[in-house]
Design a protein around this ligand. Sequence first.
Ligand SMILES: Cc1cc2nc3c(=O)[nH]c(=O)nc-3n(C[C@H](O)[C@H](O)[C@H](O)COP(=O)(O)OP(=O)(O)OC[C@H]3O[C@@H](n4cnc5c(N)ncnc54)[C@H](O)[C@@H]3O)c2cc1C
Length: 367
Amino acid sequence: MKALIVGGGIGGLAAAVAFHQRGWEVEVLERAPEFTEIGAGLSIQPNGLRALDALGLGEALRSGGLADPPSGIRRTNGSWLIRNDVADLKRRFGQWVTVHRAGLVDLVLAALPARALRPGTAVRQVRPDGTVLHSGGTTTADLVVGADGVHSATRRSLWPDVPGPRYVGYTAWRLIAPPQPVDGSAETWGRGQRFGHVPMPDGRVYCYLMANAPSGSRTGMADLRDRFARWHDPIPALLNTASEDSVLQHDTYELPNLRTYVSGKVALLGDAAHAMTPNLGQGACQALEDAVTLASTVDTLGVRAGLAEYDRTRRPRTQLVARRSRQAGGPAHWTSPPLTALRDAALPLLPSSLFERSITPAYTWAI
Ligand SMILES: Cc1cc2nc3c(=O)[nH]c(=O)nc-3n(C[C@H](O)[C@H](O)[C@H](O)COP(=O)(O)OP(=O)(O)OC[C@H]3O[C@@H](n4cnc5c(N)ncnc54)[C@H](O)[C@@H]3O)c2cc1C
C-alpha cells in the first residue's frame, strides 16, 4: 500500500513516519527545496508528546530537556492576572517540552528513508481517486494525505467552494533571544498586544509577540523594542538582546470549520484541515495527533472505513480545540480601556480550576 503525503511540515512528516512504521510505502512531496522549519521555538504539550510517543520519538525529545507548563498571564507591570499551579498541571496532564522547530523536523526526518523524500516538488492538483499532479509529473497512491498547511492546494482542489482562511486581526512575531534567566514561561497582556516567553533547554528564550494590525503590515525589531519598552522585566531585555535579523513575522489565520476532512482517497491533516489561532499552542500538537490517528485507522480498517473513522474522531476534536484557542486569546486583543480594565479586574478573581477545565480536553488525548 502506498501513501502520498502532500507537504513536509511537522504534520506531513509525522504522518509519513506513522505509515512507514506500519509497512506502507510513503512519499512526501514538499515544494520547498529542503525539509526544514522556521527559526522559532515550539511548545509540545502533553497530548503532542503522547502522539510522538506513538511514533517512538517522544523519549528523544524529552531527553533534550523538559519544560514547565505555562505559569500564567501577567499585566504589563508584571503583576499576575492568572497564576497557574504549575506542579498540579504537570501532575494532572504530564510533561511539556519546548523545542527548536528545525530540531523536531530533523528528529522526524531521521525516522524516514531518504527515498521517501521529494523536496522541490510543488503539488498543483489533487483528485479524489488518489491522483496528484505536481511539478515533477503525476503520481497515484492508495491514500493521499493533504498536509500542505493553511493555504492548502489539496483543500482548494477538493473543497473549491469552502471559504479560505480568515485573518483573525492580529499579526505574530517570533524570535529566539540569547541565553538569559527567565522565570518559567508566561504571557503578558496589554491592550491589543501581548508578549510570551518560553525558556528553551539550552538556555535561549523563545519569544512570541502578537498585536492587532491590518493583514500584510510589516514591522521590524526597532518597532517591537519601542512597543514593549515599558513592559515589565525581562521583556525589554529579551528584545534588546535578540538580533535584528532573528525576528519572523506571520499574520494569524484560522480556517472555518470544514464539514468533512476526507474526500475519496484523500484526507486533510494539520493546518490544511483546521488551522487555528496559536493561543493554546496546539496547532502542531493536533497535527501530530491527526498523523498517528490516520495511520492507525486506515491501516486497521482499510482506506474507506479508516478515512470515515478518522473524520469521525478527529473533526469534532480539532474543531473544539480551535474554538477554545480562539476564545482563550480574544481578551488579549481588546483595545477599549474600560473593557481591558474590567478584564484586568475580573481575571484574578476567577478560580484557577477554570483555566484547567478549559484546557483539559486538549491535554488529555491518548491514542
Ligand atoms: C505564532 C505561532 C506560534 C505557534 N506555536 C505553537 C506551539 O507552541 N505549539 C503548537 O503545537 N503549535 C503552534 N503553532 C501552530 C503550528 O505552527 C502549526 O499548527 C503547525 O506547524 C502546522 O503544521 P502542518 O504540518 O499542518 O503545516 P505546515 O507547517 O504549514 O507545513 C505545510 C508544508 O506543506 C508545504 N506545502 C505547501 N503547499 C504545498 C504544495 N502545493 N506542494 C507541496 N508542498 C506544499 C509547505 O512548504 C510546508 O512545508 C503556532 C503557530 C503560530 C503562527
